[in-house]
Design a binder for this molecule. Sequence first.
Ligand code: BG6
Length: 498
Amino acid sequence: MPALADEPFTLVIFGASGDLTRRKLVPALWSLYAGRTLPEPFAIIGSARSAVSDDEFRRRMREAVREFARVKPPSANVWDRFASSLSYVNGDPADLALYASLERALRDIEKARPGPANRLFYLATPPSLYDAIVENLGASGLARPQGGWTRVIVEKPFGHDYESALALNSRLARVFREEQIYRIDHYLGKETVQNLLVLRFANGIFEPLWNRNHVAEIQITVAESIGVETRGAYYEEAGALRDMMQNHLLQLLCLIALEPPVTFDAGPVHDEKNKVMRAIRPIDPRKVDEVALRGQYGPGFVGGKPVPGYRQEKGVAPDSKTETYAALRLQVDNWRWAGVPFYLRTGKRLAKRVSEIAIRFHRTPHMIFHRDPAGGVDPNELVIRIQPDEGVALTVAAKMPGPELKLLPVGLDFRYGEVFGAEPPEAYERLLLDAVHGDSTLYARADWVEQAWSLLSPVLDAWAHDGAPAPYLYEAGSWGPAEADSFIARDGGAWRTP
Ligand code: BG6
């Protein structure tokens, strides 16, 4: 990212007593500040219903930073300087009175410092409050720029289905212009996800291979070893398809499949991602089972410890049909990808936490090493490891030393940690900074979100149907239901074991 001039800004976080603020937002802001990349002067106003003093809010945020930030508080001095920019305004987001208090707080901050009044509102509340907040930001006049810029960041879930996403977009559009709206998908802020575009478009060797002539199939895996933790009630309403597939995995698919954008800027990148979405073959409501499969974890062992099944988790119905695992088989019907299957899978309580994209190339057209007793090796594979152990690996065939002509797959491996040393910044760091600088390239545009919901609608409908069969059970700590293997085997393939 080019060096950008400092500019003053104030961030207002709705939902400041919530998990996201504590685990992600304030720790990310702190790490930026400690790394001297947060534009100054800045101020952060936390807002929530509970009455909390500025000092108490600062104390809680210090705890949060200690626990969750990439950069730990180095010294009391630096923390005190950061903390002096934190304040708290309590109130009910559904009540206009809160917005009058916020306006006063913003004006006081802006009066005391030079430069324009730049304001960033972050919706980190449960989505049931989005409508009220957006409406009130409009009614109070806070949505209008006050001589500087005014922007809003909206957290996922961005709608619950196609209709609710449309409704939310149109509510936002009544109050904000599209350039003011930043729909966050934290996967886009991950360093390795950005590196994916660099790998594709800053290297001459991959692009000629990046198509149906050379690629046989693509697998995208986002596996988690954790369960639903304390979010049972939320997850019951969401499930893996809404929670992960509609956003993170489809975003990854678009970045793998898109045509080269003219430049790495918001407009061209969003346009190319949308073209991919338009090219994905619509799912036939009568054939959902052919392209989608769902599972749910039962009890099992993770990391050697016994863990309960999903239906035993707090906030989960004992007969819940919510999926904690989802797999899709998609086709991108365009010139580049015709005939190449894209397999996507995600799940909780799987064998380990790993996110990766594997691009499997065609076999050589003719194997001349027929004396290899094993009959050759697997085709070349390019694996982009998003997390953990971020990196890129290419498997190639090599000859095993010795008199026999025996082939073995070996990896040409690039590891982020080894090459760059430092731990990559958190996704929220990059994304918050981009919103302050007015760059929405790594955010989701309204039309993309709508297309993603529209694509998945037949699956959501089929699974919500009363008579729909329950998800396949899988043991916690496994790689998902056994049926997922037969699902992919129908095409003659198999899931990778990362
Ligand atoms: C969130 C989901 O969007 O992503 C969570 O709501 C999930 O259920 C999380 O655990 C995974 O993110 P990460 O960055 O840990 O892979």
